[in-house]
Design a protein around this ligand. Structure first.
Ligand SMILES: Cc1ncc(COP(=O)(O)O)c(C=O)c1O
Length: 422
């Protein structure tokens, strides 16, 4: 057996969402928007490596912040102890978050930030002795792969084997009905008085295929939630930290969520970290010293100092004028390209929101994650040294904010080339 790294990987490492013994591209290093393979290729990472890498790869300031922190304290139990990077990060978040929040609860990825929000919402009612247990979610939602997150996500082949273990959720017909019907549906459920929480990806559903929906519709749904005293959970795991053109997608709305889930871009893609942000209305119900009312949830790596240090450095970069200008530049470039290719016969839908551009291509078998065109599309761009990871027949660009015009044009040119061949 030839023991190259790639072969060992193929033999023994089980990669997410893939078959066993898949062949993976070996990456040696990264710089800016580029990934460099062990066999000498340079690949443009147009999806920020699963939407996390907002400032580009191996960003020196973040690398330095982690190095400096590692020499002080790399990890400490977060029960009974705390540390400066966690406090600094909490302070910064509370300052830049839209609306007023009270508490920061750390965990270690997007799914766990959702689990925490769901459990807090359930216990919020439990602590008051109020029987409200129904959770409302949006059609086509994705909130992660842990059990609670799966339960509030779209039921699909992904979650089918676990169906009987997932709690019941009321699903709002975001796509299969008109906006008016969707709001009316929510009103019908809400007026029964047993809804504990409403969870949503604000304005854009990532895993569903970067599907953008109207702020007015979300605003109306939030109004219903407000009217019936339903806890609102904004899952900003993907949309947070500038992705949609504002620091947080919730800023497009005038009604505040009670909780927000954050992860992905928070550390600039360097280390895992999850945050659940909680307002005072929720936290006040946990202030009691009674043991039964405490929130019993924690992860070993909660608020890891290295992750928090990376997040603080990433935040500093995000708030610079240069980074904010880059976000606007990308948004403008996307709009320009969108106008150029809009109306192409093979495009079913094309949408842009901030730094995200999504193009749904015509497929004879309809739109699906398992569209048979997906592998062709993935390979088409990879052959041109561009990493785009289509969601079925939906191609999307979600680049690191440091991408320049030449690099953006390289992606647009490849897409135009693809359209010409279809
Ligand atoms: C909106 C949303 N919520 C939650 C998650 C889960 O995050 P993680 O993969 O870090 O568990 C994702 C991941 O794509 C997401 O897009």
């Amino acid at each position: 057996m030839n023991n190259t790294l790639q072969q060992i990987d193929k033999q023994h490492i089980w990669h997410p969402f893939d078959i066993l013994h898949a062949e993976n591209i070996m990456i040696e290093r990264g710089e800016g928007v580029n990934l460099y393979t062990t066999d000498g290729r340079q690949i443009l990472d147009a999806i920020s490596s699963w939407w996390v890498n907002i400032h580009g790869h191996a960003q020196p300031d973040i690398a330095k912040a982690i190095y400096n922190q590692a020499q002080k304290i790399e990890q400490v139990i977060f029960a009974g102890f705390s540390h400066a990077p966690a406090v600094t990060l909490a302070q910064s978040l509370l300052k830049i978050l839209p609306f007023s929040f009270d508490q920061i609860f750390y965990s270690d990825n997007g799914s766990t930030s959702v689990e925490v929000a769901l459990k807090l919402a359930m216990q919020y009612w439990y602590n008051q002795g109020i029987k409200k247990s129904k959770i409302v979610a949006l059609e086509a939602a994705y909130h992660g792969d842990t059990f609670g997150a799966m339960a509030v996500g779209e039921r699909s082949v992904f979650s089918k084997p676990f169906q009987k273990y997932l709690f019941d959720v009321a699903v709002l017909p975001l796509h299969s009905a008109s906006a008016k019907e969707c709001v009316a549906h929510f009103e019908t459920i809400a007026c029964q008085g047993d809804v504990a929480a409403f969870i949503y990806e604000p304005l854009i559903q990532g895993a569903a295929g970067m599907v953008i929906y109207e702020p007015d519709l979300l605003q109306s749904l939030l109004e219903v939630a407000q009217k019936y005293n339903i806890i609102c959970i904004a899952d900003e795991v993907m949309t947070g930290f500038g992705r949609t053109g504002k620091l947080f997608a919730s800023e497009y709305m005038s009604i505040a969520p009670d909780m927000m889930c954050l992860s992905k871009g928070i550390t600039g893609g360097f280390l895992p970290l999850g945050v659940t942000v909680i307002n005072e209305k929720i936290s006040v119900q946990f202030q009691s010293t009674e043991k039964e009312k405490r929130f019993y949830h924690g992860h070993s790596y909660t608020a890891n100092p290295l992750s928090c240090a990376a997040a603080n450095a990433s935040m500093n970069l995000l708030l610079t004028k240069e980074c904010q200008q880059q976000i606007q530049l990308i948004a403008k470039a996307h709009q320009f390209f969108l106008e150029q290719i809009r109306g192409h016969s093979k495009i079913v839908k094309i949408q842009a929101l901030g730094t995200i551009l999504s193009i749904e291509l015509f497929s004879e078998s309809g739109t699906s994650y398992f569209s048979k065109n997906r592998n062709y599309l993935y390979q088409f761009f990879l052959d041109r040294d561009i990493l785009l990871r289509p969601l079925g027949n939906v191609i999307y660009i979600l680049p690191p904010y440091v991408i320049n015009e030449v690099q953006l044009n390289k992606i647009y040119t490849a897409i135009a080339e693809l359209l010409a061949t279809l």
